[in-house]
Design a protein around this ligand. Structure first.
Ligand code: TA6
Length: 297
Protein backbone atom coordinates (compact mmCIF):
# COMPACT_ATOMS: atom_id res chain seq x y z
CA UNK A 1 0.00 0.00 0.00
CA UNK A 2 1.32 3.47 -0.74
CA UNK A 3 -1.59 5.42 0.78
CA UNK A 4 -0.22 8.69 2.16
CA UNK A 5 3.13 7.69 0.69
CA UNK A 6 6.06 10.04 1.12
CA UNK A 7 8.56 10.99 -1.54
CA UNK A 8 11.16 8.96 0.34
CA UNK A 9 9.06 5.78 0.53
CA UNK A 10 8.07 6.19 -3.13
CA UNK A 11 11.69 6.57 -4.20
CA UNK A 12 12.62 3.45 -2.25
CA UNK A 13 9.79 1.40 -3.76
CA UNK A 14 9.41 2.79 -7.29
CA UNK A 15 12.39 5.01 -8.12
CA UNK A 16 14.23 4.27 -11.40
CA UNK A 17 17.70 5.86 -11.68
CA UNK A 18 17.86 8.71 -14.21
CA UNK A 19 14.24 8.01 -15.18
CA UNK A 20 11.83 8.31 -12.27
CA UNK A 21 12.18 10.08 -8.95
CA UNK A 22 9.72 11.44 -6.42
CA UNK A 23 9.76 14.78 -4.63
CA UNK A 24 7.47 16.57 -2.24
CA UNK A 25 7.13 20.29 -3.02
CA UNK A 26 5.29 20.71 0.29
CA UNK A 27 1.85 20.14 1.81
CA UNK A 28 2.52 16.39 1.78
CA UNK A 29 1.87 16.31 -1.98
CA UNK A 30 4.41 13.89 -3.44
CA UNK A 31 4.87 13.96 -7.21
CA UNK A 32 6.62 11.77 -9.75
CA UNK A 33 9.21 13.45 -11.96
CA UNK A 34 9.63 11.41 -15.14
CA UNK A 35 12.59 11.82 -17.49
CA UNK A 36 12.00 9.52 -20.48
CA UNK A 37 14.05 9.63 -23.67
CA UNK A 38 11.15 11.14 -25.62
CA UNK A 39 9.56 13.39 -23.00
CA UNK A 40 9.43 14.62 -19.43
CA UNK A 41 6.38 14.66 -17.17
CA UNK A 42 5.28 15.49 -13.63
CA UNK A 43 2.45 13.57 -11.96
CA UNK A 44 1.03 14.23 -8.47
CA UNK A 45 -0.41 11.30 -6.54
CA UNK A 46 -3.04 13.84 -5.45
CA UNK A 47 -5.78 13.28 -7.98
CA UNK A 48 -3.40 11.13 -10.10
CA UNK A 49 -2.88 14.54 -11.63
CA UNK A 50 -0.64 14.90 -14.67
CA UNK A 51 0.68 18.42 -14.15
CA UNK A 52 3.34 18.63 -16.86
CA UNK A 53 4.12 16.88 -20.14
CA UNK A 54 6.82 18.06 -22.55
CA UNK A 55 8.12 16.08 -25.52
CA UNK A 56 11.87 16.35 -25.98
CA UNK A 57 12.68 19.31 -28.25
CA UNK A 58 9.14 20.70 -28.10
CA UNK A 59 7.30 23.25 -25.98
CA UNK A 60 5.27 22.09 -22.96
CA UNK A 61 1.91 20.59 -23.98
CA UNK A 62 -0.02 21.30 -20.79
CA UNK A 63 -0.94 24.63 -19.18
CA UNK A 64 -0.51 25.11 -15.43
CA UNK A 65 -1.91 28.20 -13.76
CA UNK A 66 0.82 30.14 -11.93
CA UNK A 67 -1.81 30.70 -9.22
CA UNK A 68 -2.87 27.06 -8.90
CA UNK A 69 -3.33 25.61 -5.46
CA UNK A 70 -1.16 22.61 -4.63
CA UNK A 71 -3.02 21.47 -1.51
CA UNK A 72 -4.61 18.21 -0.37
CA UNK A 73 -8.05 19.81 -0.11
CA UNK A 74 -8.03 21.75 -3.39
CA UNK A 75 -8.06 20.93 -7.10
CA UNK A 76 -5.02 21.79 -9.22
CA UNK A 77 -5.77 24.43 -11.91
CA UNK A 78 -4.11 23.10 -15.03
CA UNK A 79 -2.59 19.88 -16.34
CA UNK A 80 -5.12 17.05 -16.56
CA UNK A 81 -7.66 16.92 -13.70
CA UNK A 82 -9.66 13.68 -13.56
CA UNK A 83 -13.37 14.48 -13.31
CA UNK A 84 -15.18 11.54 -11.70
CA UNK A 85 -17.83 10.24 -10.80
CA UNK A 86 -19.70 13.33 -12.03
CA UNK A 87 -18.91 16.23 -14.35
CA UNK A 88 -19.52 19.82 -13.31
CA UNK A 89 -21.76 20.47 -10.28
CA UNK A 90 -23.33 17.46 -8.58
CA UNK A 91 -26.96 17.31 -9.72
CA UNK A 92 -28.19 16.13 -6.32
CA UNK A 93 -25.88 17.79 -3.79
CA UNK A 94 -24.80 21.41 -4.36
CA UNK A 95 -22.28 21.07 -1.52
CA UNK A 96 -20.44 18.20 -3.27
CA UNK A 97 -17.14 19.12 -4.98
CA UNK A 98 -17.53 20.17 -8.64
CA UNK A 99 -16.23 17.48 -11.00
CA UNK A 100 -16.36 14.86 -8.22
CA UNK A 101 -13.92 13.55 -5.63
CA UNK A 102 -11.31 11.86 -7.88
CA UNK A 103 -9.18 14.97 -8.46
CA UNK A 104 -9.15 15.69 -4.70
CA UNK A 105 -8.24 12.20 -3.56
CA UNK A 106 -4.88 10.68 -2.64
CA UNK A 107 -4.29 7.94 -5.22
CA UNK A 108 -2.02 4.96 -4.64
CA UNK A 109 0.86 4.19 -7.00
CA UNK A 110 0.88 0.47 -7.78
CA UNK A 111 3.47 0.15 -10.55
CA UNK A 112 6.17 2.15 -12.30
CA UNK A 113 8.01 0.67 -15.28
CA UNK A 114 10.49 1.69 -17.96
CA UNK A 115 9.19 -0.16 -21.02
CA UNK A 116 11.49 -1.83 -23.57
CA UNK A 117 10.80 1.07 -25.97
CA UNK A 118 12.00 3.49 -23.23
CA UNK A 119 8.55 4.91 -22.51
CA UNK A 120 7.73 5.22 -18.81
CA UNK A 121 4.47 3.82 -17.47
CA UNK A 122 2.82 4.48 -14.10
CA UNK A 123 -0.36 2.94 -12.72
CA UNK A 124 -2.34 4.56 -9.93
CA UNK A 125 -5.50 3.35 -8.22
CA UNK A 126 -8.23 4.82 -6.06
CA UNK A 127 -11.51 3.50 -4.71
CA UNK A 128 -14.41 5.94 -5.02
CA UNK A 129 -17.41 3.94 -3.89
CA UNK A 130 -18.94 2.05 -5.56
CA UNK A 131 -16.12 2.16 -8.13
CA UNK A 132 -12.46 1.13 -8.29
CA UNK A 133 -10.42 3.39 -10.57
CA UNK A 134 -7.17 2.39 -12.24
CA UNK A 135 -5.30 5.08 -14.17
CA UNK A 136 -2.41 4.04 -16.39
CA UNK A 137 -0.18 6.77 -17.83
CA UNK A 138 2.43 6.08 -20.52
CA UNK A 139 4.92 8.87 -21.22
CA UNK A 140 6.72 8.96 -24.57
CA UNK A 141 6.50 10.94 -27.80
CA UNK A 142 2.77 10.73 -27.12
CA UNK A 143 0.98 10.89 -23.78
CA UNK A 144 -1.28 7.86 -23.38
CA UNK A 145 -3.88 7.64 -20.62
CA UNK A 146 -6.18 4.75 -19.77
CA UNK A 147 -8.86 5.12 -17.12
CA UNK A 148 -10.47 1.86 -15.98
CA UNK A 149 -13.62 1.99 -13.92
CA UNK A 150 -14.92 -1.11 -12.15
CA UNK A 151 -18.28 -1.42 -10.41
CA UNK A 152 -17.32 -3.26 -7.22
CA UNK A 153 -20.88 -3.75 -5.95
CA UNK A 154 -23.77 -6.05 -6.78
CA UNK A 155 -25.92 -3.14 -7.96
CA UNK A 156 -25.83 -1.21 -11.26
CA UNK A 157 -23.92 2.08 -10.92
CA UNK A 158 -23.76 5.18 -13.17
CA UNK A 159 -20.87 7.63 -13.57
CA UNK A 160 -19.59 10.51 -15.68
CA UNK A 161 -15.90 11.00 -16.37
CA UNK A 162 -13.56 13.41 -18.15
CA UNK A 163 -9.84 13.99 -18.52
CA UNK A 164 -10.06 17.77 -18.19
CA UNK A 165 -6.93 18.59 -20.21
CA UNK A 166 -5.54 22.15 -20.19
CA UNK A 167 -3.47 22.72 -23.35
CA UNK A 168 -0.93 25.56 -23.43
CA UNK A 169 -1.35 27.55 -26.66
CA UNK A 170 0.17 30.58 -28.36
CA UNK A 171 -3.07 32.63 -28.30
CA UNK A 172 -6.74 31.65 -28.06
CA UNK A 173 -7.65 34.03 -30.91
CA UNK A 174 -5.33 32.22 -33.33
CA UNK A 175 -6.02 28.53 -32.72
CA UNK A 176 -8.75 26.32 -34.16
CA UNK A 177 -10.10 22.85 -33.45
CA UNK A 178 -11.10 20.44 -36.21
CA UNK A 179 -13.05 17.19 -35.91
CA UNK A 180 -16.20 18.59 -34.32
CA UNK A 181 -18.18 19.59 -37.42
CA UNK A 182 -21.81 18.51 -37.44
CA UNK A 183 -21.81 17.36 -33.83
CA UNK A 184 -24.53 18.21 -31.33
CA UNK A 185 -23.33 20.11 -28.31
CA UNK A 186 -24.65 21.50 -25.03
CA UNK A 187 -23.74 25.18 -24.80
CA UNK A 188 -23.18 25.99 -21.13
CA UNK A 189 -22.84 29.69 -21.96
CA UNK A 190 -26.38 29.66 -23.35
CA UNK A 191 -28.26 27.98 -20.53
CA UNK A 192 -27.40 24.48 -21.73
CA UNK A 193 -29.07 25.06 -25.10
CA UNK A 194 -28.46 22.21 -27.54
CA UNK A 195 -26.95 23.30 -30.85
CA UNK A 196 -25.11 21.80 -33.82
CA UNK A 197 -21.47 22.60 -34.59
CA UNK A 198 -21.12 24.39 -37.93
CA UNK A 199 -18.76 22.98 -40.53
CA UNK A 200 -15.83 25.37 -40.31
CA UNK A 201 -13.25 24.57 -37.61
CA UNK A 202 -14.12 25.83 -34.11
CA UNK A 203 -12.52 29.23 -33.41
CA UNK A 204 -12.82 31.34 -30.26
CA UNK A 205 -14.38 34.80 -29.94
CA UNK A 206 -15.58 34.73 -26.33
CA UNK A 207 -16.26 32.48 -23.34
CA UNK A 208 -16.68 28.97 -24.71
CA UNK A 209 -18.06 26.06 -22.69
CA UNK A 210 -19.40 23.25 -24.87
CA UNK A 211 -20.12 19.57 -24.24
CA UNK A 212 -20.03 17.76 -27.59
CA UNK A 213 -22.01 14.55 -27.23
CA UNK A 214 -21.89 11.32 -29.24
CA UNK A 215 -18.37 12.10 -30.43
CA UNK A 216 -16.43 8.81 -30.34
CA UNK A 217 -13.73 10.08 -32.66
CA UNK A 218 -10.73 12.32 -32.29
CA UNK A 219 -10.18 16.04 -32.80
CA UNK A 220 -7.15 18.19 -33.51
CA UNK A 221 -5.91 21.43 -31.95
CA UNK A 222 -4.19 23.60 -34.58
CA UNK A 223 -1.82 26.22 -33.17
CA UNK A 224 -0.09 28.24 -35.92
CA UNK A 225 1.65 30.42 -33.34
CA UNK A 226 3.44 27.38 -31.93
CA UNK A 227 3.61 25.77 -35.41
CA UNK A 228 2.08 22.70 -33.73
CA UNK A 229 -0.94 20.50 -34.02
CA UNK A 230 -2.04 18.20 -31.21
CA UNK A 231 -4.23 15.23 -32.10
CA UNK A 232 -6.50 14.18 -29.24
CA UNK A 233 -7.36 10.55 -29.98
CA UNK A 234 -9.74 8.63 -27.73
CA UNK A 235 -11.51 5.30 -27.43
CA UNK A 236 -14.65 4.50 -25.41
CA UNK A 237 -14.96 8.20 -24.72
CA UNK A 238 -18.04 9.59 -26.48
CA UNK A 239 -17.92 13.19 -25.26
CA UNK A 240 -15.54 16.04 -25.99
CA UNK A 241 -15.71 19.17 -23.85
CA UNK A 242 -14.18 22.49 -24.98
CA UNK A 243 -13.66 25.36 -22.53
CA UNK A 244 -12.08 28.77 -22.35
CA UNK A 245 -13.29 31.17 -19.65
CA UNK A 246 -12.35 34.37 -21.54
CA UNK A 247 -12.17 37.60 -19.52
CA UNK A 248 -15.20 37.79 -17.19
CA UNK A 249 -15.19 34.14 -16.01
CA UNK A 250 -11.42 34.33 -15.43
CA UNK A 251 -11.94 37.18 -12.96
CA UNK A 252 -14.09 34.79 -10.89
CA UNK A 253 -11.38 32.12 -10.67
CA UNK A 254 -8.92 33.03 -7.87
CA UNK A 255 -6.51 30.26 -8.93
CA UNK A 256 -6.19 31.64 -12.45
CA UNK A 257 -4.37 34.84 -13.36
CA UNK A 258 -6.62 37.52 -14.88
CA UNK A 259 -4.48 37.53 -18.03
CA UNK A 260 -3.96 33.75 -18.35
CA UNK A 261 -7.06 32.97 -20.41
CA UNK A 262 -5.54 33.67 -23.86
CA UNK A 263 -2.80 31.12 -23.18
CA UNK A 264 -4.80 27.93 -22.73
CA UNK A 265 -7.73 25.93 -24.01
CA UNK A 266 -9.34 22.87 -22.42
CA UNK A 267 -10.16 19.99 -24.75
CA UNK A 268 -11.48 17.19 -22.58
CA UNK A 269 -12.14 13.53 -23.37
CA UNK A 270 -14.76 11.58 -21.46
CA UNK A 271 -18.31 10.41 -21.08
CA UNK A 272 -20.67 13.07 -19.72
CA UNK A 273 -24.36 14.10 -19.95
CA UNK A 274 -26.10 11.89 -22.54
CA UNK A 275 -22.94 9.76 -22.63
CA UNK A 276 -22.90 8.93 -18.90
CA UNK A 277 -22.17 5.23 -18.35
CA UNK A 278 -24.04 2.66 -16.27
CA UNK A 279 -22.09 -0.43 -15.24
CA UNK A 280 -23.74 -3.70 -14.31
CA UNK A 281 -22.58 -5.36 -11.08
CA UNK A 282 -18.86 -6.23 -11.30
CA UNK A 283 -18.70 -4.80 -14.84
CA UNK A 284 -15.70 -2.68 -15.89
CA UNK A 285 -15.19 0.07 -18.51
CA UNK A 286 -11.95 1.39 -20.00
CA UNK A 287 -11.54 4.72 -21.76
CA UNK A 288 -8.28 5.83 -23.34
CA UNK A 289 -7.03 9.18 -24.56
CA UNK A 290 -3.79 9.87 -26.40
CA UNK A 291 -2.24 13.31 -26.94
CA UNK A 292 -0.13 13.34 -30.11
CA UNK A 293 1.84 16.58 -30.72
CA UNK A 294 2.87 17.08 -34.36
CA UNK A 295 4.85 19.89 -36.03
CA UNK A 296 2.69 21.84 -38.49
CA UNK A 297 3.75 21.15 -42.08
O1 TA6 B 1 -14.91 21.78 -18.49
C1 TA6 B 1 -15.56 23.02 -18.44
C2 TA6 B 1 -16.05 23.28 -17.03
O2 TA6 B 1 -17.08 22.40 -16.67
C3 TA6 B 1 -16.46 24.75 -16.95
O3 TA6 B 1 -17.85 24.87 -16.81
C4 TA6 B 1 -15.66 25.27 -15.77
O4 TA6 B 1 -16.40 25.12 -14.57
C5 TA6 B 1 -14.44 24.37 -15.81
O5 TA6 B 1 -14.98 23.09 -16.07
C6 TA6 B 1 -13.53 24.42 -14.61
O6 TA6 B 1 -14.14 23.80 -13.52
P1 TA6 B 1 -13.35 23.89 -12.11
O7 TA6 B 1 -14.26 23.20 -11.12
O8 TA6 B 1 -12.04 23.16 -12.28
O9 TA6 B 1 -13.14 25.34 -11.85
Amino acid sequence: MTKNATAQSLNEQFGIPETLRFEDPGQGMPRAVITADAATAVIYLHGAHIAEYQPTGDKPVLFMSPKSNIHPDKPIRGGIPICFPWFGPNQHDPTAPPHGQARLAAWQLTQATKLPDQRVQLTLTRDIAPFRLTFTITVGQELQMQLRTENTTNQPAQFEQALHTYFTISKIHDIEITGLAGLSYIDKTRNAERLTQANPPLRFEGETDRVYINHPGHCTLHDPGYKRNIVIEKHNANSTIVWNPWTDKSLKLPDLGDDDWPGFVCIESGNVADNAITLAPSEAHEMTATLRPQPQA
